[in-house]
Design a protein around this ligand. Sequence first.
Ligand SMILES: [Zn+2]
Length: 84
Amino acid sequence: MAKKKTNTTVCTFCLNDLPRPEAWWVDMIMHRSDPNCTSKYSVPSCGKCKDDPENAWLIVGIAEEPQPKKEKKEKKPKKSSKEE
Ligand SMILES: [Zn+2]
């Protein structure tokens, strides 16, 4: 029984897997070479990379903060019936 965990994403900066609830979503400028570009897009980042000064110039904002784990004693509230 392989317990597949699909609830992960990849940090844009270090390319490490990170649990989706722990991911920061940071705004980055779409075309950094264009100083007039204000289009942004959000990418997942781990907390470490988000705070990394080397990435600070890339990150123009925080789109979404990690979801703190709250549910503890809940046994999977949503159980979808479809199983692949
Ligand atoms: Zn990272």
